[in-house]
Design a protein around this ligand. Structure first.
Ligand code: C2E
Ligand code: MG
Ligand code: MG
Length: 721
């Protein structure tokens, strides 16, 4: 049995009941190099067709049993028979038969008697045509496959007829059944994201006008609800006059590629452990910020923050916990940066920044549009304070601190690398300074603010390093000029800067909250000194201690004072608390409760710098006060300035009428002393009698009795007053 599989020769199947015809056809075709199979009737013909898949069928019309039309129709119904050329051989030369043949799916027909010499040509021609069709169908299928794989659709717009074609793949990409997307390019343009639509419209009209092709990426919102990103590309065909006649193009769905790109981007720009921007991304962002800042003449801060002793965590608790800690630190820092909205603007600073992880245990923060260099310091402080709360990881409590370095654009550097490098060296400086602090890259600050910022860090350490000390200034009784009490005044003996006056660091301590431990220390120190004098059998009177608002506002202020007194077994009357008017005025109700509690413990209470605030008489009456201290500002000019003289006289009179004792501060001359004494001022304090001096000098004064009128100037330790 011949087979077209055995050779490359085409295979023809002849179905005819006439044996003679079959033989002649066979001879003719075989000479032409065609392999031939035959069948005597329709049934047999269909069986052979199924088995052999011939390249062409020659089919007789009139046969006993199944006729040729029916056989042809049955062949066409088979999957393998849809495109096989079928040549009908008919003896009937009438148009009805011809029609029936075509209706049954015949490709062509010849009439009997057959002209043998041309049959072979005819068959060959049909085979070639069929092969061409077959090839075309195959390449269309391949193209469609390729387009489907590439998610590439195409469209064609005939500008003359306005006919618009969309490939099936394009419809799939647009998520549109052909019904729900109106024809025409406009319906595609309408899917494009509004922010990109204008650009596409401009490209299109330019293409129509000039013939210029275009390509662009657009985001589209598809009718099926999906958002996709496509690459749109179009070319224009023009006629000989140059007018655009047709525009056609491709639409490729690049959504997946884009999201892969984004994933890669994320891997490249973000730290996988903490999910924070990495060093590279930080540098890119900073680069942008600097360009902006240069235009707007703004300051930018770069903070580098490094965990202290992180290696120890890794070594003792393992890398896993170390990693967890880094993640937690990243989160905590992010939270501190966000907390800016909730933080009171003034003191804590309203600046925030963007966090990144530089690698290891090193983080960095970029602060754009920095108002003042000092605001970066406030931010650093906030971040360090935030970190100082313990972390709980895998059931363990971990306490960690960090050191930070700050560099400020444009002072400390003009470019990303210099700024990072300088922030880094400032950070190392902070490490050297004992860790858990921040440092500016030094040339960044003008002398005074640098001093202030360094001072803050140093003040933190001043207590433990024993750099704070108390001086005491006697308060004398006006008539006898005997010491009736002393006021404790704090001093900071700075290792490099020498003695620093409280006027310089108390405001800073208040601002930073350091005043709380400092106040505790002062009270403790004063109580100890009182105990020491009592033990020596000396009677200095009460020791006045200045308290700032944050001290006084502490919930446990009264019990703390009581406990300190009890520890030294002191009579509460031996300590006097000095408060300014403003402290009392801030929250008069709360102040009164605290004052009453202090009073009930037996402490003396006085209002310092009186006359400068706004206390009304009514307020004074409500507070359980013992003493008014007239501010030095009135005393200073009391002789020359009649107004000051009358205010001073009024305060003295007021004190007398309320049963309060009155102390004049800052008495420097005998004339002032005489004036005050005459007006009935009970006590005086000032350089006329003594500057604030060390405790030993007070001891000496207490031992040697009343001070001489010209004032006993201390020769020791009074330099800073
Ligand atoms: P203050 O409580 O009114 O203390 C009086 C200030 O006047 C002291 O300055 C004292 O040295 C100075 N002074 C005394 N007599 C004279 C004088 O005759 N002439 C002049 N020109 N000055 C005189 P100092 O010690 O510098 O303290 C300044 C302020 O710092 C204090 O004012 C007080 O408000 C605050 N301060 C001092 N020690 C402490 C403290 O331990 N805690 C708190 N919270 N504040 C303190
Ligand atoms: Mg005072
Ligand atoms: Mg005062």
């Amino acid at each position: 049995m011949p087979s077209n599989q055995a050779s490359n020769a085409p295979l023809a199947l002849i179905i005819d009941d006439d044996e003679m015809v079959r033989m002649l056809v066979r001879q003719t075709l075989e000479i032409a190099g065609i392999v031939v199979a035959d069948a005597p009737d329709g049934e047999e013909g269909l069986t052979q067709f199924e088995r052999l898949s011939p390249d062409i069928v020659l089919l007789d019309v009139l046969m006993p049993g199944m006729n040729g039309f029916e056989v042809c129709a049955r062949i066409r119904a088979m999957p393998s028979g849809q495109r096989t050329p079928v040549l009908m051989m008919t003896g009937l030369d009438d148009s009805d038969s011809v029609n029936s043949a075509y209706e049954a799916g015949a490709t062509d027909f010849v009439t009997k008697p057959i002209t043998w010499p041309t049959l072979a040509h005819r068959v060959r021609y049909m085979l070639r045509a069929s092969q061409a069709l077959e090839n075309l169908a195959r390449s269309e299928a391949r193209l469609a496959d390729a387009q489907r794989m590439a998610r590439l659709g195409h469209w064609d717009w005939d500008l003359q007829t306005d006919a618009f074609y969309r490939s099936p793949e394009l419809l799939r990409i647009l998520g549109a059944a052909s019904g729900n997307l109106p024809p025409g390019y406009a319906s595609f343009v309408a899917l494009v994201h509004p922010s990109e639509r204008g650009e596409l419209e401009r490209a299109l009209s330019k293409a129509l006008e000039t013939g210029e092709s275009y390509r662009m990426e657009c985001r589209i919102a598809c009718p099926d609800g999906a958002d996709r990103i496509v690459h749109e590309q179009a070319v224009v065909a023009r006629d000989e006059t140059g007018a655009a006649v047709r525009i056609h193009g491709t639409t490729q769905d690049i959504t997946e590629r884009k999201s892969a790109e984004q994933r890669i981007q994320r891997l490249v720009l973000y730290d996988t452990l903490t999910d924070l921007p990495n060093r590279q991304y930080f540098k890119e962002q900073l680069e942008h910020t600097l360009v902006q800042a240069a235009k707007l003449q703004e300051k930018v801060a770069v903070l580098v923050l490094d965990l202290d002793r992180f290696k120890r965590v890794n070594d003792t608790l393992g890398h896993n916990v170390g990693d967890q800690l880094l993640v937690a630190v990243g989160e905590r820092l992010t939270k501190s940066l966000r907390a800016v909205d909730h933080v009171a603007r003034g003191d804590e600073g309203g600046v925030t920044g963007t966090l990144a992880r530089l690698g290891g245990d090193e983080f960095t923060i970029r602060v754009a549009n920095l108002p003042e260099a000092a605001d970066a310091a406030k931010l650093a402080r906030r971040l360090l304070t935030g970190l100082s709360q313990p972390f709980v990881l895998s059931g363990q409590e971990i306490v960690i601190t960090a050191s930070a370095g700050i560099a400020v654009y444009p002072l400390d550097g003009q470019d990303v690398d210099t700024l990072l490098q300088h922030a880094d060296s400032a950070m190392y400086h902070a490490k050297q300074q004992g860790k858990d602090n921040y440092q500016f890259f030094s040339p960044s600050m003008n002398a005074s603010s640098l001093q202030k910022l360094t001072m803050e860090n140093q003040l933190r350490k001043a207590i433990e390093r024993g750099e704070l000390m108390l001086h005491y200034q006697p308060k004398v009784e006006s008539c006898s000029r005997r010491i009736a009490g002393v006021e404790a005044l704090i001093r900071w003996r700075h290792p490099d800067l020498g003695m620093i006056s409280p006027a310089e660091f108390i405001p800073l301590a208040e601002e930073t909250g350091l005043i709380v431990p400092i106040g505790d220390w002062v009270l403790e120190q004063a109580c100890r000194q009182a105990a020491a004098w009592r033990a020596a059998g000396l009677k200095p009177g009460s020791i006045a201690v200045n308290m700032a608002s944050p001290n006084f506002a502490q919930k446990d202020f009264v019990p703390k004072v009581a406990a300190t007194l009890a520890r030294e077994r002191l009579d509460p009357g031996s300590i006097e608390i000095e408060l300014t008017e403003s402290i009392l005025m801030q929250d008069a109700q709360a102040a009164r409760v605290t004052l009453e509690a202090l009073k009930s413990h037996g402490l003396q209470l006085s209002i310092d710098d009186f006359g400068t605030g706004y206390s009304s008489l009514a307020y004074l009456k409500r507070f359980p006060i013992d003493t008014l201290k007239i501010d030095r500002a009135f005393v200073r000019d009391v002789i020359q300035n009649p107004e000051d003289a009358s205010i001073t006289s009024a305060i003295i009179a007021l004190g007398g009428s309320l049963g309060l004792s009155v102390v004049a501060e800052g008495v420097e001359t005998e004339a002032q002393a005489e004036f005050l004494q005459k007006r009935g001022c009970d006590f005086m304090q000032g350089y006329l009698f003594s500057r604030p001096v060390i405790a030993d000098d007070i001891t000496a004064m207490l031992v040697s009795g009343p001070l001489p009128l010209d004032g006993a100037r201390s020769r020791r330790g009074a330099s800073a007053s």
